[in-house]
Design a binder for this molecule. Structure first.
Ligand SMILES: N[C@H](CCC[C@H](N)C(=O)O)C(=O)O
Length: 265
């Protein structure tokens, strides 16, 4: 079987991208986990299928690196918009469907601006905030994010008694650099490791920083893999007009055929 693939990265959050408009990709958890594996496969934080969707430019189907179908992925969303643009599916602005519903996005040169789903409920606790920005996010503040043990503390919270039984959560650590400027590191569920950047995660961090520190959008957020901006409006119901803005780049292309042969698929 001939299955071309592409790899894209958005601030170091990397994705294998497949044009599945003919629905020929043999979806299986085992295959997707093998493709995403960094030692035995191609290596990525997730895999995205671009599919047709009547009335829209395309549908984004996102899987975590462990092969499970994930919730929304903000950086993956920006990358699939770049992929659709590279495929010539739209010129400047696009409308597509993802697991959490409709998204609009605009290509602005090197940057992609992706409109995220509105956020209604932010659960506020003394030590942390919890919200769903398309994916569930725990947000907490630290004095020195570069010295934070993201993997150990993150996995304790992800698998802990509060969030573990509910399917787990992503965990974000914020250091405030100055007004409207954060540095964030994220433990990602489904990758079960720190990633270089998490789009739904930095979105949650920006909204939390608005509530806790009074910062207004756009908020600039440094991640290991680069800089993102999050703009938003607070509404009586929560937050709307949330935009995640940053680069998304095609870095690689190849064929899945050898891997499929090795896996006898
Ligand atoms: N990296 C993604 C988040 C994926 C969420 C996923 N790890 C989960 O909640 O299962 C992003 O840029 O938003």
């Amino acid at each position: 079987m001939q299955i071309p693939f592409y790899k894209y990265q958005g601030t170091g959050n990397d994705f294998v991208m497949i044009d599945n408009r003919d629905l020929s990709f043999p979806v299986s958890k085992e295959l997707i986990a093998s493709i995403c594996h960094r030692r035995f496969g191609i290596g990525s934080d997730g895999l995205i299928l671009l599919q047709n969707e009547p009335g829209y430019d395309f549908r984004m189907v996102y899987f975590n690196a462990d092969g499970g179908e994930g919730s929304m992925c903000g950086n993956g969303g920006r990358c699939v918009v770049r992929f659709a643009h590279d495929l010539g599916l739209f010129t400047d602005s696009t409308t597509f469907i993802a697991v959490d519903g409709l998204h609009e996005a605009t290509v602005m040169g090197d940057l992609i601006s992706l409109k995220m789903s509105p956020v209604k409920d932010v659960e506020r606790y003394e030590e942390f905030d919890f919200m769903n920005t398309g994916s569930p996010h725990y947000v907490t503040y630290v004095d020195n994010v570069s010295e934070t043990d993201v993997v150990n503390i993150g996995s304790e919270i992800r698998y802990g008694s509060v969030y573990g039984p509910k399917g787990g959560t992503n965990v974000n650590f914020i250091e405030v650099i100055e007004d409207n400027h954060l540095s964030v590191r994220t433990y990602e569920r489904g990758v079960e490791d720190e990633t270089y950047s998490c789009g739904t995660g930095v979105t949650a961090c920006a909204l939390s920083a608005h509530l806790r520190k009074g910062f207004d959008g756009p908020i600039t957020i440094e991640t290991i893999g680069g800089t993102l901006k999050v703009d938003f409006e607070e509404t009586p119901a929560g937050f709307d007009n949330i935009h995640l803005i940053g680069p998304a780049v095609r870095v690689f292309e190849g064929s899945l055929d050898l891997l499929l042969d090795l896996l006898s698929l």
